[in-house]
Ligand binder design. Structure first.
Ligand SMILES: NC(=O)c1ccc[n+]([C@@H]2O[C@H](COP(=O)([O-])OP(=O)(O)OC[C@H]3O[C@@H](n4cnc5c(N)ncnc54)[C@H](O)[C@@H]3O)[C@@H](O)[C@H]2O)c1
Ligand SMILES: N[C@H](CO)Cc1c[nH]c[nH+]1
Ligand SMILES: [Zn+2]
Length: 430
């Protein structure tokens, strides 16, 4: 892992360090383009071919239905079932609290405006299942979709070796009342939900994290179709900001946790002392030895770097420029840093708050913006699954009150028909 001293870095170098662009972005884009177009034209048969090519399975059908979901879910170990139940409850509690009713507002006498919430009707959820199947993502997307009242919840996840899905996803489906899981992964799953195929319905909005193929496909179909997306939620990232009150073993465990997602994950350490950096690197070298995903984890760590800063405030400055998906404040002084945070997907405070807690079970959503998109996007929430429609009603008194304002503004814009829509009504009241 390379170490930089913040005060030695010219602005251009800082910008460069904060770029997540990887070397083969262009070739991924071309490949995704080809996959998306093939699915658009060939539908199911393309999905079956890609399952054979990328997931190495020959599928008899592109989904598993209610009976099979129930059968597979029964094989879940008791401890996993209990853990999913607890995570489900916490995520449900946190997201249910996000539902808020807005007041009707009288902006001037007789002019009333308000917003009402309506669920997005058909949502497509992508549950990653390439190098690791993520039932936690099923909860993170399924719970707010159900809470919002979405009528149709379409779920895609890559088929596993046996051409099915695993017991954890099946159990989540059962809890969420979802009766079908479509067996499609990667860019082809996103394309299927955007265009629709013979088997997979078209969605109005596609949600979910995934690797670079998935993320690129989401961005592509957003531009090419009328399908919305939640946000670019690509390879995982974490930035740990630490001072001498941090524990290097804890920091190392957090960096390794995100690094094990994939070789293109990024794990950044920003610290106020060389000693913290050195001891964390020693801990990484030690802890990585026992990890089953050691090789991939080591690649991600090699892609990552550390930044030495003079103060925590300086560290926050760097973090805001980087805009991490996850920010961990490994310091007892986290309270004073909270107001300084302007860009981050989700924040973990203090030495006993590992990011893993939020990944699985504390209640917050783990589908979060990566690649610097935390500068402009929020993570998934209940709001992501609804539209807020504005309403207004004007009484005769309201028309008198607002009429001339609209007429003058319409005249200023040279839009006579707009003015007339008011004038004709005012005259009708004479
Ligand atoms: N930002 C977030 O909120 C968040 C949350 C959870 C996970 N993640 C990220 O999700 C990702 C999951 O990745 P994954 O790969 O394990 O699963 P995935 O489900 O995202 O991707 C697997 C699919 O990728 C496709 N694929 C693989 N190699 C390909 C190739 N060479 N060409 C074309 N398509 C190919 C295949 O179709 C395969 O089914 C990780 O990068 C993880 O960090 C992000
Ligand atoms: N860290 C991921 C988001 O970047 C979420 C996750 C799921 N399972 C484990 N982690
Ligand atoms: Zn994670």
């Amino acid at each position: 892992m390379k170490i930089y001293r913040y005060t030695d870095l010219p602005t251009e170098k800082i910008q460069l360090l904060c770029l997540r662009q990887l070397e083969d972005d262009q070739s991924i884009m071309e490949r995704v383009n080809a996959i998306v177009n093939t699915v658009k034209v060939e539908g199911d048969s393309a999905l079956l071919n890609y399952a054979a090519q990328f997931d190495r399975v020959t599928l008899q059908q592109l989904f598993i239905g209610k009976d099979e979901i129930e059968r597979i879910a029964q094989t879940i170990p008791e401890d996993a079932k209990a853990a999913i139940d607890t995570a489900y409850q916490n995520i449900m509690t946190f997201h249910a609290a996000q539902a808020n009713r807005e007041e009707k507002i009288e902006t001037m006498p007789g002019v009333t405006c308000w917003r009402e919430t309506r669920a997005i009707e058909r949502v497509g959820l992508y549950i990653p299942g390439g190098s690791a199947v993520l039932p936690s993502t099923f909860l993170m997307l399924g719970i707010p979709a159900v809470l919002a009242g979405c009528k149709e919840i379409i779920v895609c996840s890559p088929p596993q070796e046996d051409g099915k899905t695993n017991c954890y996803l099946a159990y989540c489906a059962l809890k969420l009342g979802i009766e079908k899981i479509y067996l499609a992964g990667g860019a082809q799953a996103v394309a299927a939900m955007a265009y629709g195929t013979e088997t997979i319905p078209k969605a109005d909005k596609i949600f979910g994290p995934g690797n670079r193929y998935v993320t690129q496909a989401k961005q592509l179909i957003q531009a090419a179709t009328m399908t919305a997306i939640d946000m670019p939620a690509g390879p995982s990232e974490v930035l740990v900001l630490a001072d001498d009150s941090a524990n290097p073993a804890f920091i190392a465990s957090d960096l390794l946790a995100q690094a094990e997602h994939g070789a293109d994950s990024q794990t950044i350490l920003v610290a106020t002392s060389n000693q913290i950096i050195t001891e964390t690197l020693e801990q990484i070298a030690l802890q990585i030895q026992d990890l089953p995903r050691k090789e991939v984890t080591a690649k991600a760590i090699a892609n990552s770097y550390a930044v030495l800063v003079d103060t925590l405030e300086q560290g926050m400055e760097f973090s805001n420029t980087y805009a991490p998906e996850h920010l961990i404040l490994s310091t007892v002084h986290f309270q004073k840093l909270i107001p300084l945070i302007s860009n981050a997907g989700s924040v973990f405070l203090g030495n006993l708050t590992p990011e893993s807690a939020g990944d699985y079970a504390s209640g917050t959503n783990h589908t979060l913006p990566t690649s610097g998109y935390a500068k402009a996007y929020s993570g998934v929430s209940l709001d992501s699954f609804v539209k807020k429609i504005t309403f207004q009603h004007i009484t005769p008194q309201g028309l008198q009150n607002i009429g001339s304002t609209v007429e003058v503004l319409a005249t200023a814009e040279g839009l006579q028909a707009h003015k007339n829509a008011i004038t004709i009504r005012l005259k009708s009241q004479d």
